[in-house]
Design a protein around this ligand. Sequence first.
Ligand SMILES: Cc1cc2nc3c(=O)[nH]c(=O)nc-3n(C[C@H](O)[C@H](O)[C@H](O)COP(=O)(O)OP(=O)(O)OC[C@H]3O[C@@H](n4cnc5c(N)ncnc54)[C@H](O)[C@@H]3O)c2cc1C
Length: 491
Amino acid sequence: MKSAVVIGAGIGGLAASVRLAHQGYQVTVFEANAFVGGKINSKQLGRYRFDMGPSVFTCPQYIKELYDLCDEDFGDFPYEKLGDSFTYYYPDGQRFTLPNGREALLDVIEQELGEDRQSVVAYLNKAEKNYDRITPLFIEASLHRWQHLMNKKLVTALAHLPAYNLGQTMHQVNKRAFRNPKTVQLFNRFASYNGSSPYEAPAMLNMISHLELNDGAYLPAEGMVQIPQKVKGLADKLGVEFRFNERVEEILVENGQAIGVRTAKGTHTADVVFSNMDVAFTYEKLMPKEVQPKKILRQEKSSSALVFYLGIKKTFPELGVHNIFFSEDYKSEYDHIFKKKEVYPDPTIYLNITSKRVPGDAPESCENWFLMVNTPVNVGQDWEENTRYLRQVMLAKVSKALGEDITPLIEVESVMNPVNIEDWYSGKMGSIYGNASNNSFATFYRHANFSKRTRGLYFVGVTVHPGGGIPLALNSAKIATRCLEEDLQRA
Ligand SMILES: Cc1cc2nc3c(=O)[nH]c(=O)nc-3n(C[C@H](O)[C@H](O)[C@H](O)COP(=O)(O)OP(=O)(O)OC[C@H]3O[C@@H](n4cnc5c(N)ncnc54)[C@H](O)[C@@H]3O)c2cc1C
């Protein structure tokens, strides 16, 4: 029987393990931690449970694909479409909630932000069309294999080049599309979904808003942690072996072919090796003697994050599952994150409260607060001091917006900063998504899903093509296993 090793049980590694097992491989997954899911991790603090990483779930169809592949009933994956998308708080005190659903959403944008309804419709339609044209080529296929690209979809995509506003940034296009600077800020926010700056990221990425505003935001019945747990369930049924607390220390290469891995417990040979470890660390730590793709690894990193997990002894009916407290000067905030590499004194704060929909996540009359800000990656800043500072800034800002001092309501508390992200999940410099998309060619500087030099070596996860976020990590596994199939046919 053919054998495969997967390094890491993040969502990309889990999806790869399912697809490889489905292709007939005997799969062994080595995971440095004691749990599956990588950054889709969960924490229990007293009576409160927290999703520690991702909280916005879009594109459930990519999970369904794995269920379909395994002939399993997708009904076994309980999730709901949220009634509301986000509640927004602006520094001048304005607050509104964007509902899921086109007409209701347009009503709010028209009434609260004074936008012309038809302009917003045109913007959202364009985001959807761009997404539909680009996805089959840039998100569901390899950019590094001509046979993935040479089809009718390429012709369709190329026929609409002007719609992508090439050479312009997200902000430039949004500034022209909307009257109100608050609407511009709201739509600029989607750059953060792959850890980039709207003032540098290509306008094409405005299509990210389509996923949340046209399609909607979802939540698994027991929180985000259910996503990796359920995918592991599929892998288990296919006989995938998981070895937890076993960090891979080296990828073994012989005559240009990956032949297995070495861990502290010994060597493990395999026909193919899939790495879900951050691609920069895969090269640096697991194959330092091999030729490094320096240009790719030198690219600017995506942002990192600092998150406080707070058990709050009160409920706030005005808050939803997803809440944003905007900064006054968004440009300055992103300059701090990417140019100055400093934490910003008036950060945009994201507050996620799963207990609004998952009652078991907090005791009665209490809420589990996930309070996050985007930060620069770790370049040696004093994160102890930054954490102390941001705690005070964030609590003061949210307290002001809600008209109530939050600090005395905190029952339990914990924190994750960029150094923790690097230590706990092996994310280089604490970057959440590997390379940032802060220039027009960034997508071409993401590592391919296969090695061009080492046969039998493949890459999955958000640090490689097609990029950041759970849906894209799931696609990375689809593309990598397709590349493997093609390589076998050619051999
Ligand atoms: C605070 C935060 C908020 C986020 N919010 C969102 C969101 O709302 N929506 C969204 O879609 N995404 C979000 N993300 C990004 C999200 O984490 C990714 O979308 C996705 O979970 C990353 O998956 P991955 O496959 O790249 O692997 P990772 O989650 O990075 O997992 C990699 C795994 O490999 C293991 N590993 C690494 N090296 C080794 C080794 N040498 N040997 C064995 N095991 C190893 C690690 O322990 C880890 O388990 C967020 C991330 C963070 C940190």
